[in-house]
Design a protein around this ligand. Structure first.
Ligand code: 5RP
Length: 267
């Protein structure tokens, strides 16, 4: 790997080999998502605990202080919305010149394997990898499922993740699922877990993050299950402890409860 690419990967993946990305890109297709209506307010208290921010250029410019940030993974695919005809019909929204101008450490793009736009999104990924290789910018492929959350099984996610890696993605972001080892073992580049919609209890989040880490994921790209929680700072600290200190779900739950108590005392 060339120096620039290696250096950018090292900014994203910490010396323990793990990472915690904070995604706040949801507005690019679903508008002002709950508790991300004012991105600056959501991002600022969480930033100290994140290793990188996954964000569009618009939110980066408007809502992130360039003097006080973390490495940025720029979301560069889009062009569709939840109210449009087909979420999968994405294109590349941001040029490589812009990526460099914004000093991003990496770019992120969705692929929609099995959709009507499978070919287009896979070719978007390939073209982005070509450009990324030219300028030393790592590419994170996002195995998107659109509204079909039922697709989140090991067979489908292993297929989509492997295809992303074959096309040259440097990192693959996918969902945790039962038998997650099948996804990780079949993917020759690092795998990161997204969260999906908020689940019922904090413990469920701690359990799937822990399980995924045990099975070989290098970290998380977890959004709604952090910033839609009533105590997002406690939540990100607990997730951080699993990702970077190998805390068990029980230990993460204790940390969450203690931090929550502290926050309640202050309010
Ligand atoms: C949205 C994304 C998000 O970055 C990804 O889904 C992670 O966020 P969450 O944990 O809320 O699912 O790619 O398209």
């Amino acid at each position: 790997m060339e120096w620039g690419m290696t250096n950018r990967m090292a900014q994203l993946i910490q010396s323990d080999g793990h990472t915690l990305f904070l995604p706040v890109d949801h507005g690019y297709f679903q508008g002002p998502t709950r508790r991300l209506e004012e991105p600056r307010k959501t991002i600022e208290p969480l930033l100290p605990y994140a290793d990188a921010l996954f964000v569009t250029r618009g939110v980066l410019r408007s809502s992130v202080d360039p003097m006080n940030t973390k490495p940025v993974i720029l979301r560069v695919s889009g062009g569709t919305s939840v109210v449009g005809k087909d979420l999968a019909n994405e294109g590349i929204t941001t040029s490589m010149e812009e990526v460099i101008r914004l000093n991003a450490a990496a770019v992120g793009i969705s692929i929609f394997v099995g959709s009507d736009y499978e070919k287009e999104t896979l070719l978007n990924l390939s073209k982005l990898v070509d450009k990324g290789e030219k300028y030393g910018i790592p590419v994170m492929a996002v195995t998107a499922v659109g509204k079909e959350l039922g697709k989140r099984d090991a067979r489908y996610l292993a297929l989509a993740s492997r295809i992303a890696a074959e096309l040259g993605a440097h990192v693959v972001k996918t969902y945790w699922c039962e038998n997650f080892e099948k996804v990780v073992n079949g993917c020759p580049v690092p795998v990161i877990m997204a969260g999906g919609p908020q689940v019922n209890t904090e413990l469920e989040v701690f359990e799937f993050v822990y399980d995924g880490m045990q099975k070989g994921a290098i970290g998380v790209n977890l959004g709604r299950n952090i910033w839609q929680n009533d105590f997002p700072v406690a939540m990100i600290q607990a997730i951080h402890s699993i990702v970077h200190q190998n805390a068990t779900p029980k230990e993460a739950q204790e940390l969450y409860s203690n931090e929550k108590e502290e926050e309640l005392k202050k309010s």
